[in-house]
Design a protein around this ligand. Structure first.
Ligand SMILES: CC(C)(COP(=O)(O)OP(=O)(O)OC[C@H]1O[C@@H](n2cnc3c(N)ncnc32)[C@H](O)[C@@H]1OP(=O)(O)O)[C@@H](O)C(=O)NCCC(=O)NCCS
Length: 135
């Protein structure tokens, strides 16, 4: 939660149960985190963050790839995210910008969509193919 606050990311609605969250560690320090909230076959990617000292070294990419694999294993076929800071980062992982109206109701009802992220945030989607091999 400290990393999220330091990066100005919302912690509201981040679940107390972290089954769908991953962290990156370096010498017992948590240097990154990422997670999903699941809504059936759709999910919301949340809280992608890397500590400033560890940025630019591939930690973020490793976390995103790990999460894509996990989401696929869970049967997620549509992965959404909201961002005000990283819309130029996520296309390299196959995310494309979409309109809010294209987001399914479950995801749109999440705390992040309703309360935590500004209306100006960019919405992105990554379709997941269960047969796809994650590199
Ligand atoms: C976005 C973030 C998670 C990326 O993590 P990272 O570990 O630094 O990223 P990687 O090392 O995997 O990738 C580095 C590359 O991504 C680019 N990059 C990093 N953050 C970026 C951003 N916000 N927008 C565009 N490009 C970005 C770097 O310029 C670098 O580019 P290069 O490969 O051409 O050299 C990290 O910068 C961060 O925590 N930012 C603050 C929180 C945030 O914006 N989270 C996203 C919320 S949805």
């Amino acid at each position: 939660m400290g990393l999220l606050g330091a990066a100005d990311l919302p912690a509201a609605g981040v679940p107390a149960s972290l089954a769908d969250f991953f962290v990156a560690e370096d010498r017992s320090q948590i240097v990154g985190a990422i997670g999903i909230e699941r809504y059936g076959q759709a999910a919301l990617l949340r809280s992608a963050v890397v500590a400033p000292v560890a940025r630019g070294t591939g930690v973020g990419a490793a976390l995103v790839r790990r999460l894509l694999g996990h989401a696929r294993e869970c049967g997620v076929v549509e992965l959404y995210l909201l961002t005000t800071t990283a819309e130029q980062y996520f296309p390299r992982f196959g995310f494309v910008q979409i309109a809010r109206a294209e987001v399914p109701d479950g995801v749109r009802g999440s705390v992040e969509f309703r309360e935590a992220c500004p209306a100006s945030a960019v919405v992105m989607r990554r379709m997941l193919d269960p047969e796809e091999v994650q590199r």
